[in-house]
Design a protein around this ligand. Sequence first.
Ligand code: DGL
Length: 285
Amino acid sequence: MDRPIGMFDSGFGGLTVARAVMDLLPAEDLVYIGDTGRYPYGSKPLGDVRAYAAELARSLVDDVGAKAIIVACNTATAAGLDELRSELDVPVLDVIEPGARAIVRATVTGRVGVIGTVGTVSSGAYVDAVARTGAPVELVSAACPGFVEFVERGQTTGDEVTVLAERLLAPIRDVGIDALLLGCTHYPFLARTINDVMGPSVTLVSSADETAFAVRDRLAELGLLRSDGGTGQHRFLSSGDIDLFRDLGGRLLGPELAHTERWPLADDITTNNTTNNTGDPHATT
Ligand code: DGL
């Protein structure tokens, strides 16, 4: 039995990346944690988000033996992965570098935009990542508070989403960009509305596919790709309501998400010592 790829997000957003990884690497086992018990990350201090990310990544390595970690969350990536990378002895991949590569490739005019959570945009992580590509592009950024909450409620279209999108996207629409990076993994679920608001002259770019390619290349380079011809098994865990995670997650990701397990938060562990009887706080049965 090969070791799985571990990935996490604050909730449902990282499923956009999980979908791309599952489609590109169907032989790989995957374990996904949606930290819905603590979402949203985007409005929290980056130090808190960094601590959550460390806890989730550590659990994926120690409890399920992940051979690589995908941080399928821009905000957690923006909070800083250096510490995580130096502490873990498995590769840690993120969504911001691949997103930056994808947006500079998509533009013709060199005027591009990125939207993300308050945490991601205020960190300047995309400005830095785009600068590192060396491409001569001008990047305009806008935070979209409220988008993630709509997705987490399963409300991905409709008047309320459109009204909010009109208001938040107006400044970025008016500066004449030709490509817009969805710099939050939740946002591809709102692509229809965002596309309607931005108009046909703006190409929407998500980091999901580019991240999946980066994962494939990195695992291949390290000799970690599964090569026994098997079919990947997929596990989905949530720190929040696992029934909601199964129902909405299945609708957003597809039939592979038909079952959800509990990923216990530290509070659950101290208040409920019947969570598991293995002695391992994050073991799932
Ligand atoms: N999906 C996450 C991201 O890419 C964060 C959403 C949130 O919890 O605010 O930034």
